[in-house]
Design a protein around this ligand. Sequence first.
Ligand SMILES: CC(C)(COP(=O)(O)OP(=O)(O)OC[C@H]1O[C@@H](n2cnc3c(N)ncnc32)[C@H](O)[C@@H]1OP(=O)(O)O)[C@@H](O)C(=O)NCCC(=O)NCCS
Length: 360
Amino acid sequence: MTRRLAEPARQTGVRTEPGEQERKRKRMKPTRARIASMGCYVPERILTNADLEKMVDTSDEWIRSRTGIRERRLVPPGTPTSEIATLAARQALERAHVSASEVDLIIVATITPDMIFPATACLLQQKLQATHAWGFDVSAACSGFVYALTVGAQFVVSGAHKKVLVIGADVMSAITDYTDRATCILFGDGAGAALLEPSDDDTGILDWYAEVDGAAAQLIKMPAGGSAMPPTHETIDKKLHHIRQDGGPVFKYATRKMAEAPKLLLERNGLGVSDLDLFVAHQANARIIDAAVERLGIAPERAIKNIDRYGNTTAATIPLALGTALDERRLKKGDLVMLAAVGAGMTVGTTLLRWSFDPS
Ligand SMILES: CC(C)(COP(=O)(O)OP(=O)(O)OC[C@H]1O[C@@H](n2cnc3c(N)ncnc32)[C@H](O)[C@@H]1OP(=O)(O)O)[C@@H](O)C(=O)NCCC(=O)NCCS
């Protein structure tokens, strides 16, 4: 009886009842989703600290000592987020030998969508020619990729989808005020993509933990352009379509949460910091990462840092950091990895996963 139910109805001639089909679907549900491949893209143009010295009252020494950033990458003006997201997504698909038409769902994490609507995921679907995919955007700022990964994994674990593209991409140069020395030194442009598939071994996403704190929503934001403050000449003159942040409180919030949230996630899985092979934190400021590493008590060499090269690319930092870990051969199949991000909202996102493939 069990065998007959497991066989496709068209071969046996047995019509399965709706209840049987549901049971069959549940039996086939994967226990977890895994990242099957990654793709990364950063633009060629480099904006160095020396370049910024010519634009605002700052110095290479100040930027390096306060943030750890040496340079960041910028797209040519007018380049939309969907363009760099497409390049990262294509690389992830090519590396997995998966064609775009096989993709079921596209989730784009971004705070710099091409337009407020339609969603960048729709534009990406067209650019990739992912003809069978649906999709949507996730707005969680620097936690965006981790949130999108969590959402995407649910569709794989439910058995609904087999191939989900999760992309973190931001063209921060489009919303950065290059006359404001407190913000323009921090941000860069970039994109990273992960292809999620059902896991057939003990690797994949093990657990996640997320928080939002709307009471801290004013700490970092783009004030105008939404329904609360539609665009006017005045909003443009006052530069309200750019990032505004209260750097000090954001710094303290991020430092605290970047350690607290991973600890909580480890504890509820019966694991300790010493079990972690790699800590992949959002790259906002090297000092935030260093402080989180110290508070967590993880060995510094287990933390990925590439902020010196790319600055803060918002939703792209975590996939770009995973890309760096793979390039530097610091990540291999079976490694226990913690992703941790804090961003505007305030949003906090963490993912605990057992890595699923070796670097090529
Ligand atoms: C923005 C940030 C780098 C500022 O560093 P900081 O050590 O907190 O510096 P402060 O804001 O206290 O400013 C100290 C002084 O440096 C000055 N300063 C700010 N930016 C400067 C720059 N680029 N160059 C030189 N001086 C600068 C300030 O005007 C201030 O001068 P003052 O003492 O005369 O008023 C830091 O707060 C930060 O990284 N915050 C988190 C930002 C973030 O992560 N945002 C993304 C969300 S995840």
